[in-house]
Design a protein around this ligand. Sequence first.
Ligand code: AMP
Length: 552
Amino acid sequence: MTAFGIDLGTTNSCIAYVDDAGRPVIVRNAIAENLTPSVVYFERRDSIVVGSAAKNAALLAPDLAVQLVKRQMGKKGVEYTFHGTRYTPETISALILKELAAAAHRQLGRPVRDVVITVPAYFGVAEREATRQAGQIADLNVLDVLAEPVAAALSHQERHPAKRVRHLLVYDLGGGTFDTTVIRVDGDEVNVICTGGDKELGGADWDARVRDYLSNAFTERHPRLDPSADETFMQDLWIKAEQLKQELSSAMTRRRTLRFGGAAVQVEISRQRFQELTADLLDRTLKITEETIHKAARKGVSQFDEVILVGGMTRMPAVAARLEELLDAGGWRPAEGPGLWRHEPDLAVARGAALFALVKQIQQDGSPEQDGPHQQAEQIADRLGISAAQAEAMRARRVTTVVPRGLGMRVIDHGDPLATTDPSRARTMIIHLLPADTPLPADSGSVLFHTALDNQPIIEIEVWEQTEQGSSEELADNTKIGRGRLRGLPPKLPKGTSIQVTFSMNETGLLTVYAVEPGSGREVRFDLQIGGMDRAAIEKAKTAVARHDISS
Ligand code: AMP
């Protein structure tokens, strides 16, 4: 069965598979586009539209559409209601996934079941879990979730194979998010060194600047007319702004006519003016890139062999120009200079995900033990329709990622005098057991904590994740992502009893927490409920989604 890679993007999504010749291929959607806008439009109770048609329909009825749902993934309590039905961000994402899968099924005549879905490198545990759940709701078998820059690196490695060790700097500026990641590629091994980003910075912010420029130009000429309350005019302005931005990547100047209230104004914008209007946005991405480079330097990486540009926004010429300046100024380019690679930057992630999906499938596809590795590779190759040499090469691939954000638990601050007199009112803080950027699989080893009260029958362990870069013990800088209870403790435990807690995270980012009370020797591993949906809720959503008639 063919495995697929899905780039479930903030603004656009894309699906790919690996063909018989071992090359990743993008599957076009029903209207022959490579990219399907990640927009869902709730036309009627049981009729849902996904993609370009939804994006267009959203112009006229924005209240019936959901855009940028990726920004809500993993957030608790976010819900949308359309025609009396409630939807979580996971369910909305599942509708997009279902549409991509259906399009691939129609195009290729093969059902889509096994998939790898990509996520931004900075996505934490809850967002990754929400993405997995979206896949399950869409009735897909999620082989893994993969960091987008790693997917881009795999796609790059496939196009430009090299045997020596290379350090890559991935700069990914998409429609809604920005991230930058340092990756080490050594033969078959791909390791993430560190990552940084801003999930509220992307193409839409550039569009907003152009939109404001256009609307100001209109009102300057017609001060008495106020089109800002006219929804259709404003939506049209968004479209024009995005088009202008894209056209200015190749043209030096562009014009548009704006019409409202019987007036028509022709507005011209040059690339120079556009770059001035948005300079601070680009500066923000460069500042984050520089910080990430410094973080990499502290981990022993001081030069980059290649810079990979990912995301539609990197088609803007200013991106490559400014990045080159930055790398030159810092001396981060080797003498022969790295290539700045930009090969169909909006498709690289899906391509890499497809390659990884095949790797996963090969690695999971166990053959009888008595067979040697070569026979196994041949059998697998046969089943998957690729050459044995390819299957062998794929099986050797190793991808190592890192803990995306620091993970810890909430404890009482023993520095607070109330900790001894009235622990229930004492300050609490977060102690991180797994710091950000620890290579996966990661294990904290057992860390000792102490109970705060006498005769505690239950000990509650709250798991928290840091929200931004940089570790902070303040609750406000962390989010609670789960909790578990250590029960069955011996009676009459005095306060100050030690509890050993271990956090471990596997290669795919799944977190396990367990605690031991060494006095009784009892080890209690609790199921960490991450994300907003339990198994029953997922099953319910799956049935509801299966009932819907989705079209593109
Ligand atoms: P992605 O999330 O990678 O699909 O990137 C989508 C973003 O890239 C959107 O904001 C698009 O407007 C933007 N984009 C696509 N093509 C271009 C282009 N030629 N020049 C500038 N921005 C572009």
